[in-house]
Design a protein around this ligand. Sequence first.
Ligand code: KG4
Ligand code: ZN
Length: 344
Amino acid sequence: MNILGIETSCDETAAAVVKDGRSILSNIVASQIDLHAQFGGVVPEVAARSHIEMILPVVQQALDEGQLTWGDIDGIAVTAGPGLLGSLLIGTLTARALAIVKQKPLYGLDHVEAHVYANFLSQTPPNFPLLALIVSGGHTQLVLFQDHLKYRVLGLTRDDAAGEAFDKVAKLLGLGYPGGPAIAETAARGSSRAYKLPKAQMGPSTLDFSFSGLKTAVLRQAQHLAEVTLDSPSSEIAASLSEAQVADLAASFQQTIVDTLVDKVLAALTKYQPKSVVIAGGVAANQLLRAELARRLPLSITYAPMNLCTDNAAMIAALGYHFAQAGQTVDPYKLRADSSLMMA
Ligand code: KG4
Ligand code: ZN
């Protein structure tokens, strides 16, 4: 069964065709990173406009790359939320129109849940029960899957998402957008022990996360090093820091956030004894996170290739296959984009 996936929740226009939820026949991602870099972050109106221009060529390219025609497509899966509303609307309206015109079943998916399915795009998929650490630009949560489509959220962030913390700290340190890869690269030149930064103490009984305190601690340390007052604009701090100070701050921040994430995965693992652990979302591309999980976890962990960790449509098509198996279609005349959709 071939599912066409469509993803436009943020700043990537993506389409892919996946066979039986695991074999990628095509995977097209048109990134808008260059468009948004000049603004230091994603500008919603610019993103939506670019999705409009790109979506149909990207869908066509996904068919062409897989040497497929519409007759080869058994269903269409699209991200219904969460994300930027203007961006989601382009993907959902396109998928609805295509489902009606091409007479295909339609599946409306949660983008965050779909991130987990990057790990099923493999000939050796992970076993259930499965513990997933989902760490993206908008979400940070631990989810226990008993089976496909059957899950329980164990903990979430109470403030910033992990990727958001990477992006904000990168901006503070003058490292540009997107922040995760920039922090990781700069951290390689610094010492992770240079500065002692706080891990949020939330008590042993919760699997929730909090990163805003860590972000503020980096800001205070940077202000101190740059010898600026607390009320001076944060955009002016980076210019007063040496390259070595920036690298040390990036390395100390990265180590602290990674340690916090691994602590929680270990706590959840001990409590729920899953058969496998996967990490998903853009921050799952982080090499230190992978290395620390491998070092500290008692079982081996499944990693998706880097390009499937960040936003893509193959993960949407992979989850769409399980919606198709379960018969969970949605009326193409009724599917609504939901910018604040939450796994529950
Ligand atoms: O999943 P994703 O592509 O988009 C969302 O659904 O949010 O995640 C994007 C996030 C950004 O915050 C980006 O800075 C972060 O993933 N990211 C990384 C790395 N690559 C991307 N964070 C840490 N290390 C990386 N290597
Ligand atoms: Zn994402």
